[in-house]
Write a protein of this length. Structure first.
Length: 541
């Protein structure tokens, strides 16, 4: 990554009281107001806890002009979200609002560490470029470490966790298929028109005329849309061939979008003709709008979504009645809840601390259940999708299994099989029982065993066994208790969207929006901490 001529230098964390010359002149009651404001808690819980060395990779190792303190820049990004400010407003607050100066350890007699708007923009740019180059999200790491420090500060019990996801809609326009094809062609034509030595062939000069889009798309009758789409896609094919022939603009975004569109939306017949792909065959990850090429399509809850999906893990201390968002992940909205669950249980360090994870049925996967069992995590699914076991049917999980040999040792009524085996490759259990004891069994009609001519037979996979075991918990008092516990996390995504306007982010893509979202999560955690501190103080009196 190109880091410029700025050298990393760590900022100040422990500011001596003598630095604050101005507040020494404040009346006592004003100082009390300052102490009770968010500034004191922010300095203690956020600013002084930021791990600046994490961000040293963004700067040069060559001796040169030092960077603006990273703890200051990260804090400004958080305060910008916390106070719903623009870049200009948060910089102005740094200069004119003493609470901001106090929260950020700014000495009253100097402006040496007060950055300008460009400094903030450049820092965001460095974060984005670093992630695009390395796939390492430094701000995400900082968010989770700050949450860990907050949890440690309040002695948060991490036994209980709950998870939920929410769609983050792209700010790009939702386009019809015809609009998308037209826009991709028009963007390519506009780029080519900037070259003086290129003569655009027909019909492409028309794309530069005012009103052409309305005539092509919005004034097309519904019974003409199919033929019009065919025509537009054929024009897209011809345009790509033209660009390939002239050998210009082939590295541009417009050309990339044109090529991607044809790859995702068309098929070539045996005769070499290019025809539109059927709508249901187009992948959710296909191009939705060239202004936000990373946005994907997903239908959830009966609604169509274009954008990404944010998954949140909240730790809830029931005794303290206090919660923190300890983990967040932003992915293409084609990323399923089940995959989020697997990712967390398999990979995240918190999975080694959590004892109970409460989620809804969309997070269910065999891999999650399997790994959770190894890590001794009690995963509770509030609602299970798919076909359930009949109420009168005995679940296969009630057949006893020897954990060492992986063989069935007895049926739910205590009868032992005379033959049993286990297929480790398919994770399949097989057993045969004598017909005589089964004949007099009081629950034979409810048993999943198959009655055969010579013996009674049972066969099931480990997946089926786990599924039946989980479904058996549905409706129990413990299950209801944990389902109610999980319901509490459903308000977190809506609170984030409402408090920080996440549905109207000022940027697009799959990397840049993370900065706003991550800083909003830190701000939300800080707000929770301040609220908890006030509650504890109130209880102390």
């Amino acid at each position: 990554m190109e880091v410029g001529d700025t050298m990393f230098k760590q900022g100040k964390k422990d500011v001596q009281k003598s630095f604050f010359d101005q507040d020494q002149q404040f009346p006592t009651y004003v100082m009390e107001m300052l102490k009770k404001s968010w500034a004191e808690d922010f300095f203690r819980l956020v600013f002084s806890q930021i791990n600046e060395k994490r961000f040293s990779v963004l700067y040069s190792t060559v001796a040169s002009r030092p960077n603006t303190a990273v703890n200051l820049l990260v804090s400004l990004l958080i305060l910008k979200q916390h106070n719903h400010l623009s870049d200009e407003e948060v910089i102005g607050s740094l200069y004119f609002d003493y609470r901001f100066q106090y929260a950020l350890g700014i000495e009253s007699e100097t402006t040496r560490e007060r950055p300008c708007i460009n400094t903030l923009s450049n820092f965001r740019r460095r974060l984005v470029e670093h992630e695009l180059e390395t796939e390492e999200d430094l701000l995400q790491q900082e968010m989770e470490e700050l949450a860990e420090k907050m949890a440690e500060f309040f002695s948060l019990n991490k036994d209980m966790a709950r998870m939920d996801s929410t769609m983050i809609s792209s700010s790009c326009k939702k386009m019809t298929r015809m609009e998308l094809v037209y826009t991709v062609i028009r963007n390519m034509v506009r780029e080519l028109s900037a070259f003086d030595d290129i003569d655009l062939p027909e019909p492409f000069p028309s794309y530069l005329e005012k009103g052409h889009k309305n005539q092509t798309i919005y004034q097309t009758r519904s019974n003409e849309e199919g033929s019009k789409l065919d025509e537009l896609l054929n024009q897209a094919v011809a345009l790509r061939r033209f660009v390939d022939d002239i050998g210009k603009s082939q590295t541009s975004d417009s050309y990339h979008h044109l090529s991607r569109l044809l790859q995702e939306q068309t098929v070539e017949t045996e005769e070499g003709a290019v025809i539109p792909m059927e709508g249901k065959q187009i992948a959710p990850s296909s191009l939705q709008n060239p202004s936000d090429p990373q946005a994907t399509y997903r239908k959830k809850g009966g609604k169509n979504h274009i954008g990404s999906v944010l998954n949140l893990l909240e730790i809830r201390d029931l005794e303290q009645e206090f919660s923190l968002i300890m983990h967040a992940s932003l992915k293409a909205n084609s990323h399923s809840d089940a995959q989020f669950g697997e990712d967390f249980v398999n990979e995240h360090p918190l999975a080694d601390e959590v004892k109970t994870l409460s989620v809804d049925g969309a997070y269910y996967s065999q891999e999650t259940v399997k790994t959770a069992k190894v890590k001794e995590i009690d995963v509770n699914f509030s609602q299970m999708t798919g076909r359930s076991v009949d109420k009168d049917q005995i679940g296969v999980h009630r057949f006893e299994i020897d954990e060492e040999t992986k063989k069935i040792t007895q049926c739910p009524q205590g009868y032992e099989p005379y033959q049993t085996s286990y297929d480790p490759e398919k994770e399949r259990y097989i057993a045969k029982f004598d017909k005589e004891p089964c004949a007099s069994c009081p629950v034979l009609d409810h048993c999943p065993i198959v009655q055969q001519k010579k013996a009674n037979h049972i066969e099931f996979t480990e997946n089926k066994r786990r599924t039946h075991e989980i479904r058996a918990k549905q409706g129990t008092e413990r299950h209801k208790e944990l389902a109610n516990f999980r319901a509490g996390v459903e308000g977190v995504p809506s609170a984030l969207k409402r408090n920080y306007d996440l549905e109207h982010l000022p940027t697009r893509g799959d990397v840049r929006p993370k900065i706003w979202i991550t800083c909003s999560i830190i701000a939300q955690n800080f707000k929770s901490c301040v609220k908890h501190i006030k509650k504890r103080k109130k209880l102390a009196f």
